[in-house]
Every structure is written in C-alpha cells, then in structure tokens.
Design a protein around this ligand. Structure first.
Ligand code: GLY
Ligand code: MN
Ligand code: MN
Length: 479
C-alpha cells in the first residue's frame, strides 16, 4: 500500500479539548446566540444581481415551497424552497417572488399569507405584507389571494418570461393561464411574453459561489456537525442500536441550534455500510464491526455533510485499518486538488488513483493501475463520485461541466470530498477477511486563493486520533 501520508497521533498538550473540538464542559461548539446569519441587505444584493442579468422587458416568477401533507392532520416540517430562500430569506409557506426589472411599480414583489389573527392563533406568526417591505426589502407586497389578479398586470408588457422549468406542469399551467389572460386583452394593447426561459440556471450559478456570510453559516453548520460526530464516537458501544447512535447526532444538532439534519442520517454498522443510502438504521452495532455514519446538520438552511467510519468498540482490526488507511490517503490526495484553477473532477481522479493503487497493493484487485482505471474494475469497491457541491442543498446547485468540460474550481465554491471503499459481504472474489467492510470519509472543503479550507476538521479522522477519542483520552464526555 502506498504510504503517501502517515497518520499523526495527537501531540502532547494538543488534546482535542485544546483544539476546541470539544469544550471541557461538554458545551457546544456553536452556541445558539452565536449562529451567523445572512443579512437582509445581502438578500437584496442577490436579487439585484439576478435583476441585472434579466433582459429589459422581462419578468421572473418564482414560487416558494408549500406545506406537505404527511398523514391525517399531520404535515411534514416546512422547509422553504432553496432558490426562493436564497433570494429572499423568507421562510414562510406558499409565498411567490416576482421580479420585474425597471417596472414602474418596482423590481421586487412578494406575495404571501395575510396577517390573520384568528389563523395565527392556530398556525403561528405570519410575517405579513408590511414586514415584507420593511424587513425583507420588497418594493411591493401583496396577499396570496391577489396573485391571480396581479400577475396578469405584471406580465403585461414583458417580452421574456423566466420561471423554474423543472417538469412542474401545474406551475406551467398556472403561469400560462395568466399569460392567456393578458393575450385576451391584446386589442386593448396588452402584450404577453412570447419567450419563456428557465430561471433556475441563473440562480444556480449565483448559488455556486458562496459569499463570506454564507461561508460563516456553513462553517457553523460544519462545526456543529463535527462536534456531534466527535461526541457520538465517544458514546458508541457494542450492543447499541444504529438508531440510538443516530439519536446522538440529532440531539447534538438541535442542542447546538440546528432544527433538522440536512438529509436522512446514515448509520450503517458492519456490512450495512456497503449500502450507500442505508437509512433504516435499525440493526444492532456489533463488537468488531465498523460503523459508517453520514450525518450533517442544516443551519439557517445551509447543509453540512460529514461521514466518519469508526470501530464500534473503539479499536480497528488489521483489515479495517488497512482499508481505512487507503481511503484516508485517497481523501488527503483529493483534498490537495481543491485548488483554484484545477478542474472540479481533479479531486476524484486523485482519489481514484490512491484507492486503486491501495486495492492492488492489498490484493483485492489485480493488474496494473492503468488497467484497473481503464477497465473500471474498481467500481465493484468504489461506485460513486468523490465530490458534489454543498450549500443550501446538500447536493447543491451549479453545473459541473461547461460545454462538456469539467469546470475550473473558483474561490468561494464549497464541495465535499468523500472517497470510500465498500467490499460487499457476498463478494467471493476477495478473501473472506475483507468482506462486509464499508468505509467512507467525507469532509466539506472551501476553495480559497490560499488552498483548501477544510470546514469539518473538528472531528478526527486518522486512526490514532479516533482510537484515542473513543478511549476517552484527552476529551470530556458531554454533560
Ligand atoms: N449525504 C449525502 C452525500 O454524502 O452525498
Ligand atoms: Mn454525506
Ligand atoms: Mn456528500
């Protein structure tokens, strides 16, 4: 196995406490009053940047998310649409944003639920139209029941119409209905848009480059999630159920100010780690197995996305160590490629080289490195990509290729680096001792002019540090 990086055991005097991974009192890495936010001014600047890209005589229409029904009288927790939130910071259900560059009534219009004392007693505070203007920077604010009368007015005279084109037929029908109302007034001089465009690519390219305020929120989400991983490592024991370990994460996320995980938490003990989207989390964690946990919190609508793989009983076996070290070295090599100007698939290529060489060295694959990569024989053990964009969505917006070419990395992009190796429990092409081992190591990395900034470094990932943390050395258990 190639040893491009050696693991660094914790140095004397450099305990995890001193490095602020865990505070001595078991306090939380980010306390609620310190959670960063994005200012109303910044939301306004984002809308202005979008308006600047829209042609004269155009209109953009963007609906927010609706409450989703779960079962009788019970709804899913409301989560605002990511694009809508990015442009407004307005986290109330059922709202619509309309942008009309240069319109006599203003550029930014919000339609939202009316203030209604009786309704608010049942379902909670509503922001209302006055605050939409004063606190959210809208030029005009209307109630939702004004949508059908006001939209034909705002559409009149616009030549180009932008809205999210993502196969939502109901949305297209509703917007086309408003356009049709304008056309019916053509003899009175009304003009309906003749060209329709997808609004989303414009917003998604903006979302790809994070501002300092966004990075601060993401750093906080990363710090909380890393602390949760550190704490879960300390309480993990054989005999626990996977969902009990999951509960540790959810508890720490919420204690630190997050209201929900950014995606369904994966806690896969033993061979369950080889099921990439395993979320049943209902099996016992067994002595001698590894457990793979992919868990990140959502904070102020921004995601963290961390995976750690650690031994249930605190000590890696020889085979687990060998495969783990390959994945760790692949991850280091990939993170090294997170550099301004390199293409966004460079981390994947670097990870692949190290993973494949490691599999060859350990005898899980045969042939030369070139043959293994060319034939993709590695795909039996590594079948996913190494990175995705991260932001308001865990798999965040923004293209990976432009005109068929992998796009260059730019400062302010945030991506995950998450190589793994998964040996299926029934893979009889390898010695039995390797079977059922699944490993992934995932960190969140900002592209900066000074190289990669790892936002999730608050949780250990090298073997000696994980074993030391799990043995209770140098760390206080949470209160
Ligand atoms: N947690 C989803 C992913 O790692 O892509
Ligand atoms: Mn993940
Ligand atoms: Mn990920």
């Amino acid at each position: 196995m190639t040893q491009t990086m050696t693991q660094q055991p914790p140095q004397a005097g450099e305990s995890l406490i001193n490095r602020n991974i865990i505070t001595p009192e078991g306090a939380y890495a980010v306390s609620p009053e310190k959670i960063p936010t994005v200012s109303a001014e910044e939301y306004g600047q984002r809308r202005q940047r979008l308006l600047d890209q829209l042609p004269d005589k155009s209109i953009a229409i963007l609906p927010g998310a609706e409450i989703r029904y779960r079962n009788n009288d019970a709804d899913y927790a409301f989560r605002q649409n990511s694009d809508f939130y990015y442009l407004t910071g307005f986290a109330e259900e059922g709202a619509w944003l309309v942008l009309t560059p240069g319109h006599k009534e203003g550029d930014c219009h919000l339609f939202s639920l009316p203030k209604d004392r009786a309704q608010e007693i049942w379902t909670g505070f509503r922001i209302g139209q006055d605050a939409a203007k004063t606190d959210y920077g809208m030029d005009t604010a209307y109630t939702l029941d004004q949508l059908d009368s006001k939209l034909p007015e705002l559409l009149d005279g616009a030549q180009q119409l932008f809205f999210p084109m993502q196969g939502d037929d109901a949305l297209s029908r509703r917007i086309n209905g408003w356009c049709q109302q304008v056309r019916q007034k053509a003899r009175m001089g009304a003009i309906a848009p003749e060209q329709q465009h997808n609004l989303l690519p414009l917003i998604h390219e903006m979302r790809l480059i994070k501002s300092e305020a966004e990075l601060d929120v993401m750093r906080a989400a990363a710090e909380i999630s890393a602390a949760a991983h550190s704490k879960a490592m300390q309480v993990c024991q054989p005999g626990m159920m996977e969902y009990q370990l999951e509960a540790e994460y959810l508890y720490h996320f919420m204690r630190a100010g997050s209201r929900a995980p950014a995606y369904n938490t994966i806690v896969g003990g033993g061979a369950n780690a080889c099921i990439l989207h395993y979320v049943q989390n209902d099996q016992p964690l067994n002595e001698g197995d590894l457990v793979l946990v992919d868990a990140g919190c959502e904070l102020q609508h921004y995601a963290a996305d961390i995976t750690r793989t650690f031994p249930v009983s605190g000590k890696f076996s020889a085979e687990q160590k060998a495969l783990y070290q390959v994945v760790l070295e692949a991850q280091y090599a990939a993170i090294d490629q997170v550099q301004v100007g390199l293409d966004c698939h460079a981390p994947h290529r670097a990870a692949l080289n190290v993973l494949c060489q490691g599999l060859l060295d350990l005898g899980l694959l045969t042939g030369t490195l070139d043959e293994v990569i060319e034939s993709e024989s590695y795909r039996r053990f590594y079948m996913h990509g190494t990175s995705h964009w991260l932001g308001i969505d865990v798999h965040d917006a923004g293209r990976y290729k432009i005109e068929g070419q992998s796009r260059p990395l730019q400062a302010g992009m945030v991506l995950t680096v998450e190589p793994g190796l998964y040996v299926a429990p029934d893979d009889d092409s390898v010695e039995e001792r390797w079977r059922g081992i699944g490993i992934r190591i995932e960190d969140n990395v900002v592209v900066t002019e000074n190289g990669p900034e790892i936002m999730t470094s608050g949780v250990p990932k090298n073997i000696a540090e994980i074993e030391a943390l799990m043995a209770g050395q140098g760390v206080a258990l949470p209160a």
